[in-house]
Design a protein around this ligand. Structure first.
Ligand code: EZ4
Ligand code: CO
Length: 403
């Protein structure tokens, strides 16, 4: 089973997605997600120029060897571009492995350890009342977990607000990054009121989450965690920028609100200390950004040793292929916690046909072989790449802050 063709397709059906397509000599086609929001063409070029030529002629069944070949072989280790490129190859090879034996990938990972994958939805609003109503809509449609984000009073925009009335919000906006203004004090004064109102109106019969999106210091995060303790959060996400892993010791000293982090991580080394010192409760690495199924599985196994559960990043800027790859791990591992899910905007469904479906607050994989997502290359060509950036954040005095 040799790889005879490797092609990278960039498409923008609503937002940009990068897809790797590998073909074997016996005609099996496997797909990997290589999307890195706002830096798409860096991964596309990395794959096209530096990786695809290495894949031609390789045995497609040697997934572990190919992973090591690309990781060690680059000499330059880690980093989001490299690891997303390796992740795309890895997922495409797992897709081929499943299709070669006619079985879904989770069956090759040891089979299902649960009946479905519990997801959380993204509720948001321009004020508290709107956000509570939005969260209520998720609960009515069967969700058992909801993340709440709302516009902070006094700020013009806040991370996590959905544009329009669709089911997803799409943070990559325009041809230039949007400039947003951030005020930590206003945020810290507001969020406990938001969370209190949600519990007051909707009760405690569901998991409640919130994303601080890397904007706080460890002490500020400790204060927020403490203020939210009465409302029994499922987690606070990305309280501080977690490249400073030791900073989480300080947060832990001040609050028992559970902590989740890791959506911008790309290897096991980025979370080794966080996990082995039990500084977090949920690890959020995403399959496409952390070296594919092969490497993400190692991260999750390490986490299991220390009682850390998984909560994979699942934004609309991960393609249905990346989401499905996460679901195969989610359904089969021991320490699954929760899966983020934002769904995809039209016309993404013209390009990708996901092999999973929503029911009762969970996603369920079909029995399609491989990863189970169909990709329509002709449809992809109808939606050419568009340059788009995530916003940037500044404090009121113009200083750059984390977005
Ligand atoms: O901002 O995926 O928890 N979800 C998130 C996402 C990220 C985007 C960045 O590309 O934080 O909304
Ligand atoms: Co997040």
């Amino acid at each position: 089973m040799r790889i005879v063709d490797a092609e990278v397709i960039v498409t923008c059906p609503g937002r940009n997605y990068v897809t790797l397509e590998l073909t074997t000599d016996d005609g099996i086609v496997g797909y990997g997600d290589a999307t890195l929001n706002g830096r798409e063409l860096a991964v596309e070029a990395y794959l096209r120029e530096h990786v695809c030529p290495l894949l031609i002629g390789r045995d497609a069944s040697r997934i572990n060897d190919t992973w090591q070949y690309l990781y060690r072989g680059a000499y330059w280790r880690r980093g989001p571009v490299t690891m997303t490129a390796i992740g795309a190859v890895d997922v495409a090879l797992w897709d081929i492995a499943g299709k070669a034996v006619g079985r879904p990938v989770y069956q090759l990972l040891g089979g299902a350890a649960r009946d479905g994958v519990t997801i959380y939805g993204h509720a948001s609003g321009a004020d508290i009342a709107e956000t509570v109503a939005d969260a209520a809509r998720f609960l009515q449609s069967g969700y058992r977990a909801v993340r709440v984000q709302a516009k902070v009073p006094g700020l013009e925009s806040t991370y996590g607000l959905r544009a329009g009335t669709g089911l997803t919000y799409e943070p990559a906006g325009g041809d230039l990054p949007a400039d947003e203004v951030w005020d930590t004090e206003a945020y810290l004064d507001f969020v406990p009121k938001l969370v209190a109102a949600v519990r007051d109106e909707l009760g405690y019969g569901f998991h409640l989450l919130h994303d601080a999106h890397h904007r706080l210091t460890p002490l500020e995060a400790g204060r927020l965690g403490k203020a939210l303790e009465p409302y029994r959060m499922f987690w606070i996400e990305d309280a501080t920028p977690a490249e400073d892993q030791a900073a989480f010791r300080l947060i832990r000293q001040h609050t028992v609100t559970p902590l989740a982090v890791g959506e911008v991580f790309n290897t096991i080394w980025d979370c080794q200390q966080l996990i082995s010192e039990r500084l977090i409760d949920y690890i959020r690495t995403a399959v496409p950004h952390a070296g594919g199924i092969t490497h993400t599985r190692r991260i999750f196994d390490l986490a299991d040793l220390y009682g850390v559960r998984t909560g994979s990043h699942g934004p609309g800027d991960v393609s249905p292929i990346g989401i499905a790859a996460a679901l195969h791990l989610d359904v089969s591992i021991a320490n699954f916690g929760i899966q983020e899910y934002m769904s995809h905007l039209e016309p993404a469904n013209e390009v990708f046909t996901p092999g999973y479906r929503y029911a009762d607050g969970m996603l369920h994989l079909s029995d399609e072989p491989g990863i189970g997502v169909r990709f329509d290359k002709q449809a992809a060509k109808r939606y050419p790449y568009q340059r788009r950036y995530l916003p940037v954040n500044r404090l009121r005095d113009g200083s750059m802050h984390n977005w």
